[in-house]
Ligand binder design. Sequence first.
Ligand SMILES: [Zn+2]
Length: 163
Amino acid sequence: MKCPFCGNADSQVKDSRPSDDGAAIRRRRSCPNCGGRFTTFERVQLRELVILKRNGRRTPFDRDKLERSLAIALRKRPIQPEQVEQMVSRIVRQLESLGETEIPSSVVGDFIMKALKGVDEVAYVRYASVYKDFRATGDFARFLGDEGLDDDTNPARDGAPRG
Ligand SMILES: [Zn+2]
């Protein structure tokens, strides 16, 4: 499993056990390259979803990729791996309940933003800043104003990683 932090192709499994609901296998992993720690969940996939990207290309929905996006947005935030997994499960259920096989990537992005907003505003703004591709600080200020968030959640001062 690729390290979500440094991109190292390999990681070591430290611990492996069933999740609380028994529907998944939970694995604690660590990266020998950067020392980063993360958790993966192995589960049965019931339906194949296809994501329709903005450039018109189609790609199979990748639950791990969704989890990595959330984990990166939530990095160093006080959120447990189980909470991330619950968010992922909720988003997947929402996607499946749309009843569509093909789902535009923008719909997935919106679900992710809504999920993050309910859990951690800093992570939400981090994700939104990448997702909405802000280039100028003015865009940020306008966005924060639009969203009614106060200055404390400005990731520029929080040292949030960009790209
Ligand atoms: Zn790493």
